[in-house]
Design a protein around this ligand. Structure first.
Ligand code: ADP
Ligand code: ASP
Ligand code: MG
Length: 453
């Protein structure tokens, strides 16, 4: 059971978590394992503090962290009492004081490496998991805190670490499985892990979903539950399209593509461990625990002749690479993509013609260097403030009219690139970021609006 930031935002939210966990215990079966995110917005604040340290503003950073200490102290005290409260407050205090020391040291150095940033942000999940453990225990639920850094073993790719599944599963068997066998709820912070030599790492923003799926796969659980602040996977991002609908069921492949193309409700890697063990993933609303949510499994429901859902990813850059040397040449694409590899920048969408290649990138930090390197063998131009919209659904296999209907629904909105992946499970449009709200609304009205059903 993974609870996201808004599901552990304040004492009331954590009370709801305890009620949800208790209900799961009462349903019988082995005790659930609980994975929690940092309290809502805490990771952003920790990153801001680290950035302040980078510019030498140690006092500003410490002030930021002081506020965080007050917030965590107040949540911790309102959920506990007596001796356990004293223990919890001491843990919270110790963790934040260590963090303030670390951030002050970074401010002296004016240097925050990805490795140091991981050490800073990990505090969010370390503290939230302590608080949730104490809250559960205080409500009569047998709960034990487990330090994720001693369980989730990763490589050293800081801020985007990848798990070593074999080593992690061994640790899960040693440290988590016995608690579960004894009827105890193991509580772990999501998002964080450590290298084999014990250096703290994180799985990338939104990574608590991934942690939950990794632990769930190691334990071979019946179901991985992602508890969040919406009813499940919706037919579009609710921040872009008003009143999207719930998608009750979707396949692993559809969920992966939606997550990869911007449906923030699920970290894009979450599905991988679940697929490997064929474990269904459910997305549920911690504010409305009785709602059915979305079930993601290997087979979906009966096709309805429609897309399953839309997703969008904003703030992208398109890079156009043109060279007449591409004509009938081999090795050109290898050279081109080696540039992206060298600058560790991943590419989302690729389209090609005889003499040109266009790609989109999400991370434009190395853009200047990439463009300069590409210019050694091609004409290159780039354009920021772009976005992609992906319409995803297994039905694209069956219904050749879906593609055309999607394009026509966009009317006169200029489309910069179009791609239909070999999976034939999604079509992706790249367009101006400013056109996203209108384009999403048009597509949504066409395929999910009242008129389409
Ligand atoms: P958590 O803190 O629980 O991990 P997130 O903020 O990471 O929650 O993800 C939930 C949010 O994802 C929702 O509040 C919603 O705004 C956003 N979201 C974007 N696309 C979708 C979608 N297709 N379906 C549901 N939610 C989406
Ligand atoms: N707290 C982390 C983040 O905000 C991880 C997560 O919430 O999944 O990115
Ligand atoms: Mg999330």
């Amino acid at each position: 059971m993974k609870f996201g930031g808004t599901s552990v935002a304040d004492p009331e939210a954590i009370e709801r978590v305890a009620a949800i966990v208790r209900r799961q215990m009462q349903a019988g079966g082995p005790a659930p394992v609980v994975v929690v995110s940092a309290l809502s917005k805490v990771t952003d604040r920790l990153i801001a503090a680290a950035r302040a340290a980078e510019t030498g503003s140690g006092d500003e950073a410490a002030a930021n962290l002081g506020e965080l200490l007050d917030r965590h102290r107040s949540v911790a005290s309102s959920l506990t009492s007596g001796a356990p409260q004293a223990v919890l407050l001491a843990q919270v205090q110790a963790e934040l004081e260590a963090l303030i020391g670390l951030v002050r040291a970074l401010a002296v150095l004016r240097e925050v490496s990805p490795r140091s940033l991981d050490a800073v942000v990990a505090a969010g999940e370390l503290i939230s998991s302590r608080i949730v453990t104490a809250a559960l225990a205080g409500r009569g639920i047998p709960a034990a805190w487990v330090d994720s850094r001693t369980v989730l073993v990763t490589d050293a790719e800081h801020m985007a670490a990848a798990p070593d599944m074999e080593a992690t599963c061994t640790r899960v068997r040693e440290r988590v499985a016995p608690l579960r066998a004894a009827g105890q709820v193991a509580v772990l912070g999501g998002f964080i892990g450590a290298t084999a030599s014990g250096i703290t790492t994180t799985l990338g923003r939104g990574g608590s979903d991934y942690s939950a799926a990794i632990f769930g796969a190691c334990l071979g659980v019946d179901e991985i539950q992602i508890w969040t602040d919406v009813d499940g996977m919706l037919t579009a991002d609710p921040r872009v399209v008003p009143r999207p609908r719930l998608v009750p069921r979707l396949t692993f492949a559809e969920a992966s593509e939606l997550a990869y193309f911007g449906a923030k409700v699920l970290h894009p890697a979450t599905i991988l461990p679940a697929v490997a063990r064929n474990i269904p993933v459910r997305i549920l609303n911690s504010h409305q625990p009785g709602n059915p949510g979305t079930t993601i499994a290997s087979a979906a429901g009966p096709p309805e002749g429609q897309f399953t859902a839309l997703a969008c990813k904003r703030g992208l850059t398109v890079i156009d690479i043109t060279s007449s040397r591409m004509l009938n040449a081999y090795g050109f694409l290898r050279r081109l993509f080696e540039v992206f590899e060298r600058f560790r920048t991943s590419v989302d969408v690729v389209t090609t013609s005889e003499i040109s290649v266009s790609v989109t990138v999400d991370d434009a930090r190395q853009l200047d260097a990439i463009v300069e390197s590409l210019r050694q063998f091609a004409d290159v131009s780039s354009e920021g403030d772009m976005a992609l919209i992906s319409a995803v659904g297994e039905n694209l296999h069956e219904d050749p009219t879906l593609f055309g209907r999607a394009v026509t629904s966009l009317g006169r909105i200029p489309i910069r690139l179009v791609s239909q992946a070999a999976s034939r499970r999604n079509i992706t449009f790249v367009l101006r970021d400013a056109d996203v709200p209108e384009a999403m609304t048009r597509l949504h009205d066409r395929f999910f609006g009242a008129a389409s059903s």
